[in-house]
Design a protein around this ligand. Structure first.
Ligand code: IMP
Length: 416
C-alpha cells in the first residue's frame, strides 16, 4: 500500500512520529514538498533528531530515502544534515537520493524573505521558501542539475543577483554577498550532493514495478497550502495530496492510502486567521507549556487553540484522507472538559463549511461543543471519555481514527 502521511492543520501535527512508526513497513520514504522550513522531530533511543530536508525515515536502517523534485533544497542545510547523520552513525550513502530537478534555495532567497517579511508580516520561517518558489514560477530558479555546470550556474546567479538588487534596493545591505564566492561555496557543497543526484521519478516508478512500497512524507499542513490554505498566510508549496504528484512525477493511481495527521488541539506559528485560538493569555500559556509548543525550526512560541472540526473536515475532503492519526492526547489529559468547534457563525449566520475567503475566515466565531475530559487511565485503554472524543471526530469527518499518539516516545502510539 503506497501511503501518504499529510498534515491537516497548520503544520506541527506530529507527522514525524506517525511516519517513524510505520516507516519500517515501506521500502522507500519520500519528501515531496516544502523545504527547510519544516522541522520533523523524532525521538529515538533518547536522541532527539530534527529533520529539515532529509526524510525522517532515514533513521530506519536499510530504507531508501528520496528528496523529490517538489522540495526546494537549501544545499548548505542539506550538507549539514547529512554530516550530522553520518556523525551519529546513520549511513546516507546508497540510501539518500535527491532529484536532479529539485530547485535550490540560496542565501539571496533568505535575504529576500527577511527583506519582504519586514513589510508583509506573514510570519515566515525566513528560510527563503517563498522567494525560491517565486523564482521557480518566474523561470529564474537554479536546479540541482545546474550544479553539474558551474560556469553556466555562475552566469545565471550573476543575472539573478542583479535583478534582485534592482527589484529590492538594499536587499544585500545586511551582509555582503557576491555571486563568485557564493558559487564557490555551492561547488564545495555539491561535492557531497552530486553523488546523491538521480532521476527520482524513474527510480520511484521502477521500485513500485518491482513490488516495493512507498511512503510519501508530507510537510506543513493543509491550512498552509498555497492553494487551499488561509492565503496569504500560507507557505508557498503544495502541502496537500496534489503536491505528491507534482512534487514527484508519479501518477495519482499509484497512491493507495492517505493518513491525515491532526493534533487533538490546534497550533499555528506565524500570522493569519485562527478561529479557535485561545485568547486568554494564561490558558494559552498553560497549553503551550504542556504541549511543548515551540517551533522546531525557529523556536518561536506557537499560537494555541482548540480542535476545529470544521477545518479538519475541510482538510480531510481536500486530501481524500482514508485514515486519521490523532496526536498529543496526553497533553489534554486531566482537563474536566475539552471544547471542539463544530461550526462557525458570522453576522448571525451559521457556517458549516470552511470558508476559503480570508475576509470571512478572519471574522467567524466558532461554536463549541464541550466534550467530557479524560484521565490517563482512559487514555491508555482508549476507553470512556477519550473514546467518546475520538468517535465524535470520526462521526464528524467520516474518517476512522487508526492511530492515537499518547506521548513523545516511540512506544506511545496506539493503533486501532
Ligand atoms: P514559510 O514557509 O517560511 O514561507 O512560512 C509561511 C508560513 O508557514 C508561516 O506562517 C510559517 O510559520 C508557516 N510554516 C512553514 N513551515 C512550517 C512548519 O513546518 N510548521 C509550521 N508552520 C510552518
Amino acid at each position: 500500500m503506497n501511503t501518504a502521511v499529510l498534515g491537516l492543520q497548520w503544520g506541527d501535527e506530529g507527522k514525524a512520529k506517525i511516519i517513524d512508526s510505520i516507516a519500517s513497513d515501506f521500502d522507500t520514504i519520500v519528501r515531496f514538498s516544502g523545504g527547510a522550513n519544516a522541522g520533523h522531530t523524532v525521538v529515538s533511543d533518547d536522541t532527539k533528531f530534527v529533520f529539515h530536508l532529509v526524510p525522517s525515515g532515514i533513521l530506519h536502517p536499510g530504507k531508501k530515502c528520496i528528496i523529490a523534485r517538489g522540495v526546494n533544497i537549501d544545499p548548505f542545510t542539506l550538507v549539514e544534515e547529512i554530516e550530522k547523520l553520518e556523525r551519529n552513525g546513520i549511513e546516507t550513502k546508497n540510501r539518500l537520493f535527491i532529484s536532479f530537478s529539485a530547485f535550490l534555495v540560496l542565501p539571496y532567497h533568505k535575504y529576500q524573505d527577511t527583506y519582504q517579511e519586514r513589510r508583509r508580516h506573514i510570519g515566515t520561517t525566513r528560510q527563503g521558501i517563498g522567494p525560491s518558489y517565486t523564482d521557480k514560477i518566474d523561470r529564474v530558479g537554479i536546479r540541482m542539475y545546474d550544479l553539474l555546470q558551474p560556469k553556466i550556474m555562475l552566469e545565471k546567479i550573476k543575472f539573478i543577483y542583479n535583478e534582485k538588487k534592482n527589484s529590492f534596493p538594499g536587499i544585500f545591505e545586511m551582509e555582503d554577498i557576491h555571486p563568485e564566492p557564493l558559487v564557490e561555496q555551492i561547488i564545495e557543497a555539491s561535492k557531497t550532493i552530486i553523488p546523491l543526484l538521480t532521476d527520482t521519478r524513474v527510480m520511484l516508478l521502477e521500485s513500485v514495478e518491482n513490488g516495493e512500497s512507498v511512503l510519501f512524507e508530507g510537510a506543513q499542513g493543509a491550512l498552509l497550502d498555497i492553494d487551499f490554505g488561509t492565503y496569504p498566510y500560507v507557505t508557498s508549496s503544495s502541502c496537500t495530496v496534489g503536491g505528491i504528484f507534482n512534487g514527484t512525477g508519479v501518477p495519482p493511481d499509484l497512491l493507495d492510502r492517505v493518513i491525515g495527521v491532526a493534533k487533538c488541539y490546534t497550533t499555528r506559528v506565524g500570522e493569519g486567521p485562527f478561529p479557535t485560538e485561545i485568547t486568554c493569555k494564561k490558558k494559552a500559556e498553560r497549553l503551550r507549556e504542556r504541549g511543548g509548543e515551540f517551533g522546531s525550526t525557529t523556536g518561536r512560541p506557537r499560537r494555541v487553540g482548540w480542535l476545529d472540526l470544521v477545518a479538519l473536515k475541510y482538510a480531510c475532503q481536500i486530501n481524500g484522507v482514508s485514515e486519521l492519526a490523532l496526536t498529543k492526547l496526553d497533553v489534554l489529559s486531566g482537563m474536566s472538559s475539552v471544547p471542539v468547534a463544530t461550526e462557525y457563525t458570522i453576522n448571525g449566520e451559521r457556517l458549516t463549511n470552511f470558508p476559503e475567503n480570508l475576509h470571512i475566515i478572519r471574522r467567524v466565531t466558532p461554536v463549541y461543543r464541550e466534550l467530557a475530559g479524560w484521565n490517563d487511565e482512559e487514555l491508555s485503554g482508549i476507553s470512556g471519555n477519550v473514546l467518546d472524543y475520538i468517535e465524535t471526530i470520526e462521526r464528524f469527518t467520516g474518517v476512522p481514527v487508526r492511530f492515537i499518539s499518547t506521548g513523545a516516545e516511540r512506544d506511545n502510539l496506539i493503533r486501532r
